[in-house]
Design a binder for this molecule. Sequence first.
Ligand SMILES: [Zn+2]
Length: 1094
Amino acid sequence: MSPIERVADKLEAPDLDNRSYRVIRLRNKLEALLVHDPDTDKGGAAVNVNVGSFSDAEDMPGMAHAVEHLLFMGTKKYPKENAYNEYLTAHSGYSNAYTAATETNYYFEVAASAEPGSEATTNGVPSSPLYGALDRFAQFFISPLFLSSTLDRELKAVDSENKKNLQSDNWRLSQLNKSLSNPKHPYHHFSTGNLQTLRDEPQRRGVDVRKEFIDFHDKHYSANLMKLVVLGKDSLDELETWVGDLFDGTHNKNLPQMRWDGLQPYTKNELMTQIFAKPVMDQRLLDIYFPYQDEYYMYETQPSRYISHLIGHEGPGSILAYIKAKGWANGLSAGPMNAGPGSAFFTVSIKLTEEGLRIYEEVVKAVFQYISLIKEHPPQKWIFEEIKGMAEVDFKFEEKESASNFVRSMCSTMQKPLPREWLLSGTDLIRKFDSDAVTTALKYLRADNYRLTIVSQTYPGDWDMREKWYGTEYKVQHIPAEFVAAVKEAEATTAQNRLPDFHLPHRNEFIPSKLTVEKKEAKEPMKAPKLIRNDETVRSWWKKDDRFWVPRANVFVTLRNPLASAVPANSVKTRMYCALVKDALVEYSYDAEIAGLEYELGDYYVGMGIDISGYSDKISVLLEKVLITMRDLEVKPDRFKVVKERLVRGYRNHDFQQPYHQVGEYTNWLVSDKGWINEQYLAEVTQLTPEDISSFYPKLLRQVHLEILCHGNIYKEDALRVTDLVESTLQPRILPQAQWSVARNLIMPPGSDYTYRRTLGDLANVNHCIEYYLFVGNGVDRDLRAKTLLLGQMTDEAGFDQLRTKEQLGYIVFTGPKSAATTMGYRVIIQSERPTEYPEERINAFLAMFGKSLERMSQEEFESHKKSIINKRLEKLKNLDQESSRLWSHISNEYLDFLQREHDVEHIKPLQKSDMVEFFNHYIHPTSSSRAKLSVHMIARSSPKNVAAHISPTEQKEKVVTLLGKYLTTMGVNADVDKLTSRLEAIDVAGGDQVGIVDAVATYLDEDVQLSEEKVDAVLEQGQQLLGTILPSLGIEVKQSVDGVDGQNFPEAPPVKKTTFIENVRDFKASLESTAGRRPVTDLTEFEDTEPKL
Ligand SMILES: [Zn+2]
């Protein structure tokens, strides 16, 4: 066929990558990257066209985006509009596309192989789904029809896409920056478009919009500006033939790349101004925008990487460390932002505290002082080497991404002027240190070359403008002369008069240097770790990675000490201690984080736990630092105050969580032998003093038992060394086994039925919640476990369908197994505005109904449930972290049941329907005399009625009008309170006539505001949801419409026995027996791999 030019076939790739690559160019100048992946179960392809919203006509914003939507509407070869998507759906695939400033990207994913048993070709056409999809896909770039019958619908899709974004601050603030930029630069464009810009207004001007779209396509779509990526299981030669055959017909118009080199998004009109913008969400931001250079061709040096590394640093001496210590900010990010060919911004974005917002000028000055520090030092080679080194490590050990993600992002990368051998590493790697380039780049960060944006819901409050496309309220002004002068002064500081807090970062000791992984192909990966040390002080477990071959590891350490949680006061002291240690390590651990190393320190019922995860080379460096900080912590009163405030706030906020997040805590508390709840912690935490912590924590460390797991790229000797490190740093006394705490649960006797009621702490919440818990038995009883798991699977969809979809009891409905320390059961959670007795009754009805359908269930359906739950239990481990946490959970729960999943499957397989019926009738059925039940009811203190008692119907109506007015304003609709009030005059608002309210608002929008029909629909659709929450919050009970849920015939609830209310929790617990404690299911010696004792 056509002569195909081979451009490259050796691509720089990650170490673990087993794909092969080839870059080719067709005679129409279309360039393609072919990828052969022997293991993939999905194939995919993407086309990226080098045109986007920057090329939109001034009077038709959104054109490029509309063309993207319309291109898919039929081709000459496959005229049916959805032929492409139908084909993809039939072969487990899907497609998507996006439009950016100068590119439009189309991509799809599809099954990699044909059905087993089918022929390789049918009538000479390859039967691979990838070939079939490519054939349909290619036609969009050869002979699209832009079917006129689909025009209106696709423009409506564009319109609703825009509506979805209207309340998103990201979109609103980004457009505000665009709208307030140089109107001559295409960055100024509104890129999404809507019905008004793409249909209504052009039609009013007499424009044939469909013709405009076709012309746009003719003018800008050319093979020489297109990149193609195809990934499949098929060989590169095969893929090459397919691409040559299918894409040869794409027209080449030899178009030049569009550039805007002579223009800048900010001119002197935009520079040195400050914009105050009001966000939808409660957030406070300060953004500094510097006009910056386009680094398009600087992929080898990328000077902005050096600058963003320093400005964005969080370690000692950094901007963030300083403004955080001052209490001005919680976060900072910095980096370049492309604004199209020829221009860019360098942005510094800061999350402010309330105090920081008040004195934001000081924050800006601090940033400029730090910039003067960077400029004062010549660019440092060693800093560059650190950035380069980490980039290399991350690229080298990158894991595969999905087919569609890969083709999508790679296709965009292909538009960059990179040597084709570097397509995969792209701009991830940074190759050359160019000191002059950094110095030049830094010249853009000047005190006469920026613009500020200050985002807050309250400050300054006098926004007087409204952004055209999203309706964002804002105000813009020149930066006052005094402030300009102060910033210039900050920029001019020198080592003599600069804040002493600022200095360049120290060398990062965490950058990994040894990254070798020894890959020994194991026939069968090991399921359990080895026990490499087992004595009175320590139990140390180890497993060398035999699946993932990454140079990473996870280390877990438990410091076992019953003191940590003996009483609630101890629990909060332990938690406070952990928080103080973390606070002391914040700046230090930032270096580790940059180098891909993280740690966690926390309290739990047996003591404290340290988890460290990352590149194995430097794990012990970080572990040692954590241990030393723990051992030598000095409790500083000022840090204590800050950390305690945060902790107290956390315990207080607990009561304001959604009730369904709270309910489980009470159930767990009621069924455990020991354990505490939030209110007990809260009572203690407010009492804490610094002395409490400094006198308590040495006791936590003095006498402990250590349990350790090292898993990953780590040898036995290293794991033993980690063990020694913990032991020698802390030097604890032995905690005899007899003093280890034993976790047990309480046994709910057969036939028991208890209810525990609690009122919600949040006075304003109107949602009740119920957890309906059925006790089954001991968690290690393999047969009962298999049946409970299978029951969970069988009721999953059925419970949701009946209780949520059909009966609409509430938005939150969960059903399924629930396990405690030593026991397991089955539970249903419902959060509902209905008083808890009602969902309780409906759950009884559902279970009775399910019991009947279980008896009637066909053998086929029963087997398919079994298959589903077995597949879930046997799902492949995806990465090292997942395996590590699974191993650790089996160790830390003391059962050492590493083969639990295999045992589950063995016990599910033989289950017969009759077994399940018997199980269900014994443990679950509401009329069973042998089941054991505990219900926890969370009672909302507020209710529509309750609220109503404190508010008159007139006030209710006024509030509804005010809230509706607010809502309309945020939708960019004029809200005239008087007119709105008169429209609602005859409506029974206090009586909850939601239908009437909606109708009245519709009339207002239609007649008073004269909105278009589409806009009215959009406003009402969201408004209706809003009414659902504002009416109850004002004490108004919404009237059920005639076809509401009450009118239906739901299954009847069976009569059940009377429940016993738990009045005194201690008495209740004392009345129950407890289970055996946790003990290994396999003898420890089975895992031992220890040196012989002498
Ligand atoms: Zn779209």
